[in-house]
Design a protein. Structure first.
Length: 144
């Protein structure tokens, strides 16, 4: 069986503000959204937004302060120019630049921004990955 991430849920402090941010970024709000949760449609994954405290309660974990959690989400694009364009778009939507796009040690091109709650997003061009240039959906070969 090949696994698939179907929903990524982010705990947010201000659900309406975060919903508006992600809609400006290009995600599509859906009829599945409710007052306490937002479901935004992407090409291959749904992005869920849920109150941070409520998400911690639901998962039975401590709602510890925000900070680096060792996680970033990534948007892969077709070339360096597309990375630069999208990165600037994210900033215009209210994101905060943490690392401007640049050529990186592994041979690609990437930068990072944080959403209003500090969730890290990498915007990247990876010349070694194959996939759909329009959607960013990757198709990687399995190890033999």
């Amino acid at each position: 069986m090949t696994l698939n991430v179907s929903i990524i849920t982010l705990g947010v402090e201000d659900l309406p503000a975060s919903t508006a941010f992600y809609e400006r970024l290009g995600w599509i709000n859906t009829r599945a959204s409710q007052e306490s949760v937002t479901f935004l449609q992407g090409h291959c994954v749904v992005l869920g937004l849920y109150g941070r405290a409520a998400l911690a309660d639901d998962a039975a974990v401590d709602n510890s302060p925000a900070g680096f959690r060792g996680v970033s989400l990534a948007i892969n694009l077709k070339d360096e120019a597309a990375v630069d364009t999208f990165f600037e778009h994210a900033l215009s939507c209210g994101a905060t630049a943490t690392k401007r796009p640049e050529k990186v040690f592994w041979g690609g091109y990437s930068g990072y921004f944080a959403d209003p709650d500090g969730h890290l997003w990498e915007v990247a061009y990876n010349p070694f990955f194959e996939g759909d240039a329009e959607t960013g959906q990757l198709q990687l070969e399995a190890k033999a």
